[in-house]
Design a protein around this ligand. Structure first.
Ligand SMILES: [Fe+2]
Length: 198
């Protein structure tokens, strides 16, 4: 079960892949070969804008919904043009992915979707492998305390990562993962991104 990459162009400004890298992506943990973390500078206003824009959306704004599990679509898709507030996030995702993959950002394309988990909801076990993805990403827009840790299943090891708003995690597309139940009182909003070759 995976996510197809939709070939979307970042609008001309800012320059695709020219995200403001404060620090290069860093490896997370010693027991997993290739999970990286990276941050977004000045993430707070960006996240506020995305969260506000997401709350304004209605069903017609989504061009696709998938992974219907326990009464909700875990993944909802829309065009980047519907939400310009996402541009800095996609720009930074490509910039970090370019460093991790050691490929020029112009050689990468991406697709994305939202995962909005209300209190009491979780995300079922899945991978992002489908086609020719090189790298998968999650970016946290809102992640209150106890809103659900990310669980990565790497062979015998289960790696638990607490979500942090304003950060990206990069992992192999075929790595199975799930999200624990949101036990906070707040919605937990994340963006899944698949990156592939252009
Ligand atoms: Fe995922």
């Amino acid at each position: 079960m995976g996510e197809a990459i939709e070939d979307q162009q970042v609008p001309p400004s800012p320059i695709p892949g020219q995200g403001r890298i404060e620090r290069p992506p860093t490896k997370v943990g010693w027991h997993i070969a290739s999970v990286y973390r990276c941050g977004l500078l000045d993430a707070e206003p960006v996240n506020r804008a995305i969260d506000a824009a997401f709350r304004m959306l209605d069903e017609q704004d989504f061009n696709r919904r998938s992974h219907f599990v326990e009464d909700r679509f875990e993944n909802v898709y829309l065009d980047l043009s519907h939400m310009p507030a996402l541009i800095p996030v996609m720009d930074q995702a490509i910039a970090c992915a370019s460093l991790i993959l050691e490929r020029p950002s112009e050689a990468l394309r991406f697709g994305f979707w939202f995962n909005a988990m209300a209190p009491g909801q979780s995300t079922s076990l899945h991978t992002h492998e489908e086609d020719d993805e090189l790298l998968s990403v999650v970016y946290y827009v809102t992640a209150a305390r106890d809103s659900g840790d990310l669980l990565l299943y790497d062979g015998p090891a289960t790696v638990r990562i607490r979500p942090e708003a304003g950060t990206f995690l990069f992992f192999p597309p075929d790595l199975p993962h799930a999200v624990e139940t949101n036990r906070s009182q707040e919605p937990r909003l994340s963006i899944g991104i698949n990156i592939g070759p252009r």
